[in-house]
Design a binder for this molecule. Structure first.
Ligand code: SF4
Length: 443
């Protein structure tokens, strides 16, 4: 009997290569070099320090010749490369619950499947885990799992929560004491390198220089049209400073370059570069709260730029530092400044502070409203978001909306639902505008 011949399936149109700014390409090269440095560590003998983005003490880590490895960034890279889905399933097979942060499950699953990094090479085992705890309890649990796996020394720097919305001298001194009495001596022990405070000052000076340029880039969204997208593009803008480059010449050069690129767009009246080219038409200016989805990042972004929606400010781009509110690393107060940095990151801010921040953004950037992307598995960000939404609406009179996705678990990105919600939201913004216009005419 002859077998029926399978009909060839129609060829899928190739996915067009995403357009990228020159600064994005520059960053890609920096990241590739960093991942190579990590993968080379077993041969070069360099020691590796795993730590997290919020409260990342890169300047201090560099004082001990340690290479900074950030598990959340590895999970993001796996998400963007569509590998995280399999890693999350692997972690669930091992017993990690549905509700656990998917960054953690992606990391655990990646380790179980050979710990291959985004450059296709094996990631090194960490020599030390440095947890500067800034408000997310998951960080503690995550490092407990890594400690079990790697049996390496663990260092904890505790950051008091900004429950009352202010940083007191006591809080700073409490952290400086921990740095002096515990963190620095342990890092000396692990690395075999003596701490040199002048070396730290040098790195902090470099950090502040790059931070100035980052803030200029973020504030550029006050222009109309906005030359940046502060959420989708913002993910790229914060990469080097939130990661392993803060305090380096590479970061200074990157942010100078990025700033000049953005200033050129302002001069030409151009919008941000999306994966399909420069964004021409800007109909809606939004403030976004919450992290993005990474597994369908490009599809998600397209839902915004297709509708002419540009994000002019986002809270996610502040998880590794609230530089736009004036904080700069200060080389004259090296340990105090590290403490104040940790105390000020977005994840360490109280709910009322987050509401104030979002309301300020709506006013400063003349936004049409607030959009919350609530992340199923991120309890830290998601708790209280409905309350935030109602309060921001009440105080600003601008419409707000709520969508739900996940960080790196592709099962929780439902394109049809998200698109529907966004379309209804843009209609709401239109109605609000025409209502305001009617009132103005009637007045
Ligand atoms: S802040 Fe959210 S995404 Fe980040 S580690 Fe905590 S739970 Fe996970």
């Amino acid at each position: 009997m002859t077998q029926p011949t399978a009909r060839p399936s129609p060829a899928k149109p190739p996915i067009a290569e995403a357009e990228k700014d020159a600064s994005m390409l520059k960053q890609k090269a920096m990241m590739a070099a960093h991942y190579d440095r990590l993968a080379d560590a077993p041969e070069t003998g360099a020691k590796v320090c795993s730590t997290f983005v919020p409260g990342n003490l890169n300047e201090l880590v560099m004082c001990f010749d340690l290479i900074n490895n950030l598990p959340e960034v590895n999970a993001i890279q796996s998400g963007l490369r569509r590998k995280s889905g399999a890693y999350v399933l692997e972690a669930e097979k091992q017993g990690h619950s549905d509700d656990v942060c998917t960054y953690v499950k992606s990391d655990i699953g990646m380790m179980a499947k050979g710990n291959i990094g985004p450059n296709g090479r094996k990631m090194p085992d960490p020599d030390v885990l440095l947890l500067s705890y800034t408000g997310c309890f998951t960080f503690l649990k995550w490092f407990e799992l890594l400690r079990e796996q790697y049996k390496c020394p663990t260092i904890m720097l505790h950051t008091p929560y900004q429950g009352d919305g202010k940083i007191t001298p006591n809080m700073v001194q409490y952290m400086v004491r921990q740095l002096k009495e515990s963190v620095i001596p342990k890092l000396e022990e692990v690395s075999g390198v003596k701490f040199d405070i002048d070396r730290l000052r040098e790195y902090l000076k470099k950090s502040a220089e790059a931070e100035d340029d980052l803030v200029a880039v973020l504030k550029s969204a006050r222009h109309k049209p906005s030359p940046i997208d502060a959420f989708f593009g913002g993910i790229y803008y914060i990469g080097p400073i939130f990661g392993a480059f803060r305090g380096t010449d590479d970061a200074i050069q990157y942010y100078q370059f990025l700033r000049s690129e953005v200033e050129e767009r302002i001069a030409k009246g151009e919008g941000p570069v999306t994966p399909e080219g420069p964004m021409q038409d800007q109909r809606y200016r939004l403030v976004v709260e919450g992290p993005p989805n990474y597994t369908s990042f490009r599809q998600f972004w397209k839902m915004f730029y297709d509708e002419g929606a540009v994000v002019v400010a986002s809270s996610y781009s502040k998880v590794g530092g609230t530089y736009d509110f004036g904080f700069r690393h200060d080389p004259d107060r090296p340990l105090e400044t590290l403490a104040e940095y940790c105390l000020g990151v977005y994840t360490n801010r109280s709910l009322p502070m987050r509401v104030d921040m979002l309301c300020d953004y709506i006013e400063e950037y003349e936004a049409d409203g607030l959009l919350i992307n609530s992340i199923k598995s991120c309890n830290s960000f998601s708790a209280g978001q409905l309350l935030i939404m109602r309060e921001v609406e009440r105080r600003t009179g601008k419409p707000a909306a709520f969508i739900e996705t996940d960080l790196v678990d592709p099962r929780y990105f439902s394109p049809a639902n998200v698109k529907n919600r966004l379309e209804s939201y843009f209609q709401m913004v239109e109605q609000k505008r025409s209502g305001t216009r009617r009132k103005e005419v009637a007045a």
